[in-house]
Write a protein of this length. Sequence first.
Length: 343
Amino acid sequence: MPNPADAVADRPAVAAPGFAGLLESWRQVVLNGNLAPGRRVDAVSRWLLITRACVFPMTLTSGAIGGLLAALSAPTPHWGYFGLALLGLVIAHAANNMINDYFDTIGGIDTEAYVRTQYAPHPLFSGLVTKRGLLATIAACNLADLAIGIVLLRAWGWPVAAFALAGLFVSVFYVAPPLKLKHHGLGEPGVFLVWGPLMTGGTYFVTAGSIPSWVWLASVPYALSVTTVLIGKHIDKYEQDGARGIHTLPVLLRLNMILMVAFYAAVAALVVGGKVGVGVLLVAAAIPRLRQVLKAYGEPKPAAPPPGYRLWPLWFVSLAFYHGRLAGGLFVLGLALNAVLGL
């Protein structure tokens, strides 16, 4: 069985002096979502933990897919707008993570005994930031995104506002009342929509200035991959969430296994349909990892974490992330290959 610790690779916890030690701490937070025991939380690590920077690569991948699709098809891609959009997406993801922590805390979902506080420091319960400071940071992130949105709106008009407002709606009401999408099994469809059509489609639009219908289809494979990560997390929390009245979508592990396989079927369909070049078939190199992950999904969760594993009690989410990171990375690499070779 594969060890999800491979997805959050453990390294020696010995602190190097000076700046090298800081770099190691930042690396640990970005890769592991946590610091090794005994390492000091410096100012940068603190904010990387508060914003949950370890999951930003999913957003960067969605945005990169949109930009590369534009590079393949747009006569004159606007890379300055692409860069602004990508920055805005990462800021929005940070705000979303903090919004989730805030509303889950004041709503009584997050407690010191809940899963969220066990696998990584919780911004509020661990004292990394006060509620007032968290709200101020959320507001600052949204103001920054507003400024970016105004620039892009002036360049491309109302579709920019449509993309931004749709993403903001899902981001806020994923956990915020009165909708609380996560509580009613609508979190997974929301994540599919955001990390697929909205992020990839929106980035394509601001890079190219228009969006053909095939781009929506091209956003599907990686949207499926991100959705498997969320479902994996909800599987890990299923019993605790059920006791709190949160009715998440997954009821069977098999659902996530089907979606992981569907990623490859969607990529193949794009190639067969002539929507993208054959370079994206590089994703086939991730199939051995897929087989490892599917095997682990078919076995009981370990009774205790493997040595060096830092995200316990999370397990299935790590497996999904372990697969999705490679599969998504190869998809981006395949698109880049298409662009370079003109496929």
